[in-house]
Ligand binder design. Structure first.
Ligand SMILES: [Zn+2]
Ligand SMILES: [Zn+2]
Length: 261
């Protein structure tokens, strides 16, 4: 598979420590912003988007900062509802994993705001653990790559695809309305308890230390079978990989995976 860079924001990337401070400020703003009444007049729509930018996305499968997406107010109006502050460009030419697609009868390409993404006017065909979303549901990786059912880990593949098949249609619909997080080789949603897990952000040493007195052990538990880099290597001076963290919506289990350039 062709390697792809973790797509960057248009703005030059800030150094990590500065970004963390910013995130804390955003959290404080979130608390203040929460009490404001939600207004629905068209003129207020931009405010809705702005608040979302400050407070992060609070979606069933995406509980990280909006900075983790490629969504950004691009100064255009939404092609669907005309609201100012459209966040994403889409084009039906890009019907590939992680890209938006639109149903028949909708504008074929244009700009979309977060409200319209949430309304399902543009949807995303994500890669998921053991497979991918399709326009109608999910399919296991073996549909496209039948040889994996004959490989050395065929039992794991078959078991994983059985888990994927148990995920209800309502969950698939919700994930299609969830924007992807920025990832080196495309966002992939992990699964647990017959559901997709909620993406909670990119984790570094601080996050592991916050969640456990034994960060290395937590790392090993979270990565499980996907552990191919030791904790010290991941956060070592030459590391060029990123760890994406997820929480199960049913049992709170934490999992994650790493990928890199
Ligand atoms: Zn819109
Ligand atoms: Zn679970």
């Amino acid at each position: 598979m062709a390697k792809k860079k973790r797509p960057a924001k248009k703005k030059p990337a800030k150094k990590k420590p500065a970004k963390k401070k910013l995130a804390k400020k955003k959290l404080a703003k979130k608390k203040l912003a929460k009490k404001k009444p939600v207004k629905k007049k068209p003129a207020q729509r931009k405010t809705t988007v702005k608040q979302t930018k400050e407070s992060g996305l609070a979606l069933p499968y995406f509980a990280a900062s909006i900075e983790e997406t490629s969504l950004e107010d691009n100064g255009e109006t939404c092609s669907f509802c005309g609201a100012a502050g459209a966040l994403d460009e889409y084009s039906v030419k890009e019907q590939i994993q992680g890209s938006a697609w639109v149903a028949a009868g909708q504008p074929r390409e244009g700009q979309v705001c977060l409200d319209c993404i949430r309304a399902g006017r543009v949807e995303y065909l994500h890669k998921v653990e053991w497979g991918e979303l399709t326009a109608t549901g999910v399919q296991g990786n073996s549909v496209r790559f039948p040889y994996i059912l004959k490989g050395h880990d065929k039992e794991a593949v078959a078991a994983g695809e059985r888990l994927l098949a148990k995920i209800p249609a309502s969950a698939v619909k919700e994930l299609r309305r969830t924007p992807p997080f920025r990832a080196w080789q495309g966002a992939e949603w992990l699964i647990h308890c017959d559901d997709f897990m909620c993406f909670i952000g990119v984790w570094g040493q601080d996050e592991f230390a916050t969640h456990s007195k034994d960060p290395e052990r937590l790392y090993q538990e979270m990565l499980g079978d996907r552990l191919d880099l030791e904790y010290g290597e991941l956060f070592g001076p030459h590391s060029e990989v990123t760890l994406y963290a997820f929480r199960c919506r049913h049992c709170d289990r934490l999992r994650g995976y790493i990928d890199g350039a």
